[in-house]
Design a protein around this ligand. Sequence first.
Ligand code: SF4
Length: 392
Amino acid sequence: MHLKQSKVSIVKCREYHEFKKVKEAVRQVVDLIGGMESVISPGDHILIKPNLICAADYATGATTNPNVVFAIAELCREVGAKQVTIAEGSAIGHDTEKVFDALGFRKLAQKHNCNLLNFHKDEYAYVMNPLGRQIKRIRIPRAFIESNVVINVPVMKTHDALAVTLGLKNMKGIIHPSDKKRFHKWGLSQTVVDLGHLAMPELTIVDGTVALEGMGPVVGKPVGLGMLLASTDTIAVDRVSMDIMGFGLEEVEYIQLAGEQGLGCTQMDKIKVLGEELSNIKRPFQRLSLDEKLLEEMGIKVIACDACSGCNNVVNAYIHGLHVKGKLEKLKGCTLIYGQNPHMPDEDAQRIIRLGTCTRNVPMNEGVYVPGCPPHPMHISDFIDGKGLEKE
Ligand code: SF4
């Protein structure tokens, strides 16, 4: 149980392309919860973890606004931080060095006298995780372990597997690339929570300057919200962000688990919201929904049997993605089965695709099995095309 009352501050930041304006907004949002000096001591080494998932500009809503990141760096210096490092390990398939260059972080880091660190090139150390339920031991970058203060700067986004990605999920960027792949195999919601026991930042500032709705975390629609949120309780700031985005706690399993397992506060009535009035700034985010008529016309059957949000989101995102790319034909006549109580499809079902670990032991000899809990959206095509990544 989380006993301390959590504070979450919210400020508007409409002129988010202008560094000076952004810096003032960052100062305000942090001052509302006690100021930078309440988390940083003179001489500290600070690690700032943005979300640089790929080389998409922040105007797309996919990555953290560099104005926010470097405004934070300057505020850290003002209270006496000795060293400020901006660190990231981009998503699998993306070269972090190229992402730093493409998004201007290399030049900006020089200008603001910050270090730039690619986690994937850092030394990792194995760390035990006694409170973890799935992960008992995992590699964590040395720079992360050795920093005095970690400031987490996620973007407010929807997510194809987890409904939303905010502060807690952003910490997954620190882990070793091979562990990133394993998180889906081990169960994404619980593993993200397990990582939280080891890698909880001291301060989370949610970048809602340009957020992302629809098919997040990369190719959705940008939303120019012009907003920043901050808290020393990552789960509380995630919960308040979800409320702004129109997501209930029951829709985001990993935040629910994080609250139950003591990582932070998820009860809205126990969170003190400072700054902007929540009721004035709520802005429901678009979710993905399937075009049932189109699926029927193409003979695509989707059988979800007690599926949790992970599989529901992944399957919706996968089908929607094919549709947007004009490749839905690929699933013509397919029956997709997933969920915690999968049952046999009709006898005449063709081209059966079993999605997720829950369907592993279903006695359907025909068809393709795609492992993962939930399966990684990027991997579904590989399996269906006969290029399975790993055998279970
Ligand atoms: S594989 Fe099963 S438990 Fe995992 S997300 Fe899918 S339905 Fe849920």
